[in-house]
Design a protein around this ligand. Structure first.
Ligand code: NOJ
Length: 579
């Protein structure tokens, strides 16, 4: 057996599998120097896209009170933490990734008091709260950008952003394109004698900060402290590979390489880590705060550098997310991600609010080739015919594979209900700037953000009150079949499967940080041991003959009729190793 580890020595936890809920220590009791591993090692983090989770006030848009109302369901699911997508005041041009005020809550989502109450309620259930910080850019309504636009070229106010002079023509400084389509430059102010262009990696309403400006750095230090002081347990860092650009901005280089993955970003994260670590032992708790980066990168050295022991704790292992459903490709991505992870291990996700839903992707035609991790469209936002039965069967198998992996696991809301991408939203309903900026060439991401179905009945399927406004994106009728209330009472549902996987993971995988491949395995079968668990996933349609090591006991299969000695097609089987 080949051993692959992600960093620190393994700390396997073994025991009898049981469904009973076992909670991690509450925030007040645990800590790195106290009861073992820090909370994020081995944790399951549930991603809450607030806008689409649950609407308590009936305006058709999810809110923080709705998240509070759903906490018991999340506690029953067994998650250790929630990650909230941005809920700061924002014009919502990119649904919160365009922040106008980093120290408040958008009224559409509630108030600061609602957030405080959510943190308190979550902590009372042993659930940590991770917020989303967007440091690469802000909204064009942010006071700093408004001041910059009002100020002269060369002013201090403009030095916080990436302004460059115009040559007097209507042409932008170069042909750089925005990630969302169209030019990466917008000119301000319109009609002025000395117009300048500002750079935006995303929408024109999202001007990029210049991170070489010290007051940008100092400003974010204060923002972090503001939220940590309120009890926020950590941050997911948006565009973590993009903050720092090559200086001076290489505008003569058409490649755009100087915009991403610059080594200097690690200095920012070292600074943040010192702030997060300073909370250890303070405010009545004893926990450092946690940082995870959203870094799309194909360079392991860069990923390792940002998760050095004095920088971020983790960055997402996106290499796995983009893989087609082939055992050899999944294995290679797992190996690469373990090798690229820092001492706190990898953070795995198969889905999020930027890619097509897992069940849809897995129900599409498989293509056995490399996908570019920097091009989500090819790997994770493909269109094409979908076989829903196959997609769901594989989504169950994929969930069991994901939840067997050592490290931290992120689940995207709705995947526990087996939701599919809504590919046929009416054009008029679509809101993603990608749809707008590509003139409809790309569908964008609305289809994975459709409000959740809580009940099979009711006009908004329990997303909001029955007499409330219609959900901000229309829910397809077939979402009723995925409703949480129906799944709750069905022991064969994908929700019941997730609950069982998470409970078993706690006992069998725990905070183990390495896995051992079990070879040989038949073609199409991925088999490994981790902590006290053996996991075997068959990515082919036909059953495979495969036996786990002696002493391993079958505890779970993602499909009916699994027997020791066979891994049914497109399924995963879990075995417990007797201690
Ligand atoms: C990544 C976020 O996940 C995505 O939703 C957002 O549009 C971009 N960053 C820009 O902030």
């Amino acid at each position: 057996m080949e051993t692959v580890t992600g960093g620190a020595p393994p700390a396997p936890r073994r025991g009898e599998p049981r469904e009973a809920e076992v909670r991690l220590p509450s925030p007040a009791r645990s800590g790195p120097d106290g009861a073992g591993a820090p909370w994020w090692r081995g944790a399951v983090v549930y991603q809450v896209y607030v806008r689409s989770f649950r609407d308590a006030d009936g305006d058709g848009i999810g809110d923080l009170a709705g998240v509070r109302a759903g906490l018991d369901d999340l506690a029953r699911l067994g998650v250790d933490a929630i990650w909230l997508n941005p809920c700061y005041p924002s014009p919502q041009r990119d649904h919160g990734y365009d922040i106008a005020d980093y120290r408040d809550v958008d009224p559409v989502y509630g108030t600061l008091a609602d957030l405080d109450a959510l943190i308190a309620d979550a902590h009372a259930r042993g659930i940590r709260v991770v917020m989303d910080i967007v440091p690469n850019h802000c909204s064009d309504r942010h006071p700093w950008f408004r001041a910059a636009v009002a100020a002269d070229p060369g002013s201090d106010a403009r030095s916080r952003f990436l302004f460059v002079d115009s040559d007097g023509s209507d042409e932008p400084p170069n042909a750089w394109t925005s990630v969302f389509g169209g030019s990466a430059w917008t000119r301000v102010p319109d009609g002025s004698a000395d117009p300048q262009w500002y750079f935006h990696a995303f929408d024109s309403s999202q001007p990029d900060f210049d991170w070489s400006a010290e007051d940008v750095r100092a400003g974010f230090d204060d923002i972090l402290r503001f939220w940590f002081d309120r009890g926020v347990d950590g941050f997911r860092i948006d565009v973590a590979h993009g903050l720092v650009k090559r200086t001076p901005l290489p505008i003569d280089d058409p490649s755009q390489d100087g915009l991403w993955r610059q080594g200097g970003v690690v200095d920012v994260y070292r600074r943040w880590r010192r702030i997060g670590d300073s909370y250890r032992g303070s405010d009545g708790g004893d926990e450092p705060r946690y940082f995870i980066g959203e870094a799309w990168a194909d360079d392991p050295a860069f990923l390792r550098s940002i998760t050095a022991p004095d920088a971020l704790h983790q960055s997402f292992a996106f290499a796995l997310l983009i893989q087609p459903w082939f055992a050899h490709r999944l294995r290679a991505a797992i190996d690469a991600s373990l090798a690229a992870a820092g001492p706190e291990g990898p953070a795995w996700a198969l889905s999020n609010h930027d890619v097509h839903r897992l069940a849809t992707r897995l129900g599409q035609e498989r293509i056995d080739r490399d996908f570019d991790p920097l091009d989500m469209l090819s790997g994770a936002r493909r269109t094409g015919p979908v076989d829903p039965d196959l997609g769901l069967r594989r989504a169950r198998a994929a969930a069991a594979l994901l939840l067997a992996l050592p490290g931290t696991v992120y689940l995207y809301q709705g995947d526990e209900l087996g939701l599919f991408e809504v590919l046929d939203l009416p054009d008029g309903a679509r809101q993603d700037p990608i749809w707008r900026r590509t003139g409809g060439r790309e569908l964008g991401r609305d289809g994975c953000r459709v409000p959740l179905p809580w009940t099979a009945d009711g006009p908004s399927m329990g997303f909001g009150p029955d007499d409330g406004a219609a959900p901000w994106l229309p829910q397809p009728e077939d979402y009723r079949g995925h409703a949480r209330d129906r799944a709750e009472n069905d022991p064969a549902s994908i929700l019941a499967l997730h609950r069982r996987l998470i409970a078993l993971r706690r006992d069998l995988v725990g905070s183990a940080d390495g896995l051992e491949w079990i070879d040989p395995a038949p073609p199409g079968v991925l088999a490994f041991a981790v902590g006290g668990l053996v996991c075997a996933t068959n990515t082919e349609g036909a059953d495979a003959a495969w036996r786990p090591p002696a002493g391993a006991r079958l505890v779970l299969s993602t499909c009916d009729g699994a027997e020791p000695g066979v891994v049914p097609g497109d399924s995963t089987t879990w075995y417990a190793l007797d201690a």
